[in-house]
Design a protein around this ligand. Structure first.
Ligand code: KPL
Length: 310
C-alpha cells in the first residue's frame, strides 16, 4: 500500500483538548497530555465529583472535568466505542466552536459518514486509528500496556484545508503518530485484524496469542479470504498473504492481551461486533458477496450474547 506519510513533530499548542469519555485510550491520551503540561479536560456523559484525581504509573494528578460552561470547544478527541460515537457528537454539537476539529478513534467502521452529516462545513473531521494498548486496573487508573502507533487522517474538506496543530498535539497523546493523506486503507487494515481476532477470542474466551495455534489457521484463512473479496469490492486491494502476515504479527505482539471484545463479552458489556463483523457483512450484502465464514462466526457469537450486546 503506497501512501503519502509524514512524520509529525512534537510541537505543543496551548489550546485545551477535550477528551470524551473515560475509556482506556482516552484516559491514556489525557494523561499523556497532562504529563506534557498540555491543557486537557475530560467530558463525561454523567456529572462527576469535582475532585477527579487520576493516576498513571506512579504519578497521580487532578483531571479537570469540563461542562457546557467551559465551551465552546475547539479540539475534541472522541475515543469512545463505535456505537457511542454518534451520540457523543450529538451531545457535544451545541458546545463546539464554528471551526472546531473533532477526532474519532475506535475499532470498526461506519461512523464517519454519520458524523460528517452532523457537522458544519467549517468543522474539521479526523480519524485516528491506533494500535496503542491501554488498560484500566481501576476506574481512575490507566496503564499503557501496548506500545503501538497511530495513523491520523483528515476526513473532510475543513480538516484537509486547515492549518492546525492536530497532528503534533495527537503525537503527544497517542504517538508515535503518522499523518496519512487517506486514512481509509488503514481503517480497512485494522478492520481485518479486528474481524478475525476480536470475535474469535470473544467466542473462545482466550488471549490473542492462542489463535497462533495450528488448529485455528484454516478458519483464519477463510475469514481473510472473504475479507479480501469485500475489501476489493469496496475499492481496497489487499493480498491474502499480506493480511495473514499482519494478523500473525498482531497475535504475536499482543499474545498476552485480552482483546477488547473478549473483555466486553466476559464482563457482559455491549460489544463492537456490529461495527466490525456487522459492517463487513453489510458491505458484502451491498455487493452481493457471500461471507459464510464471517456469518457463521457472527451467528455463533450472537447466540451467546443478549440482543443489546451487539
Ligand atoms: O484492537 C484490538 C482489540 O482488542 O480491540 C486488538 C488489536 C485485537 C488487540 O487486542
Amino acid at each position: 500500500m503506497e501512501q503519502h506519510r509524514s512524520e509529525v513533530s512534537t510541537g505543543i499548542s496551548q489550546k485545551p483538548w477535550l477528551v470524551v469519555g473515560r475509556g482506556a485510550i482516552g484516559l491514556l491520551a489525557a494523561s499523556r497530555w497532562a504529563l506534557a503540561q498540555q491543557p486537557v479536560q475530560l467530558w463525561l456523559r454523567q456529572a462527576q465529583s469535582l475532585n477527579y484525581r487520576f493516576s498513571v504509573g506512579s504519578r497521580d494528578f487532578p483531571m479537570q472535568l469540563a461542562g457546557a460552561t467551559h465551551g465552546p470547544f475547539d479540539k475534541v478527541l472522541i475515543p469512545v466505542k463505535a456505537f457511542d460515537t454518534v451520540a457523543a457528537v450529538q451531545q457535544l454539537l451545541p458546545h463546539l466552536s464554528e471551526h472546531a476539529h473533532i477526532v474519532l478513534c475506535h475499532n470498526g467502521m461506519g461512523t464517519l459518514e454519520q458524523v460528517q452529516a452532523l457537522l458544519l462545513p467549517s468543522q474539521g473531521l479526523w480519524f485516528a486509528s491506533t494500535t496503542q494498548g491501554a488498560y484500566k486496573p481501576s476506574p481512575l487508573q490507566v496503564r499503557h500496556t501496548g506500545f503501538g502507533e497511530t495513523m491520523l487522517g483528515a476526513c473532510n474538506a475543513a480538516a484537509r484545508s486547515s492549518v492546525t496543530t492536530i497532528a503534533s498535539d495527537l503525537n503527544i497523546a497517542l504517538g508515535p503518530l503518522q499523518q496519512v493523506a487517506d486514512i481509509t486503507p488503514y481503517l480497512w487494515k485494522k478492520l481485518a485484524i479486528n474481524c478475525v481476532i476480536n470475535p474469535l477470542t470473544a467466542l473462545l474466551q482466550v488471549r490473542n496469542g492462542e489463535l497462533l495455534k495450528a488448529e485455528y489457521q484454516v478458519q483464519i484463512s477463510q475469514l481473510l479470504t472473504e475479507f479480501v473479496l469485500v475489501a476489493k469490492a469496496c475499492g481496497q486491494q489487499f493480498s491474502l498473504d499480506e493480511l495473514q502476515q499482519l494478523i500473525e504479527k498482531v497475535q504475536q505482539t499482543t499474545a498476552q492481551n485480552l482483546s477488547s471484545m473478549q473483555q466486553d463479552v466476559a464482563n457482559q458489556r455491549r460489544t463492537e461486533l456490529n461495527a466490525i463483523t456487522g459492517f463487513l457483512l453489510q458491505q458484502a450484502a451491498a455487493h452481493q458477496i457471500q461471507l459464510p465464514a464471517h456469518l457463521a462466526l457472527y451467528q455463533q457469537l450472537t447466540a451467546r450474547l443478549q440482543p443489546w450486546q451487539y
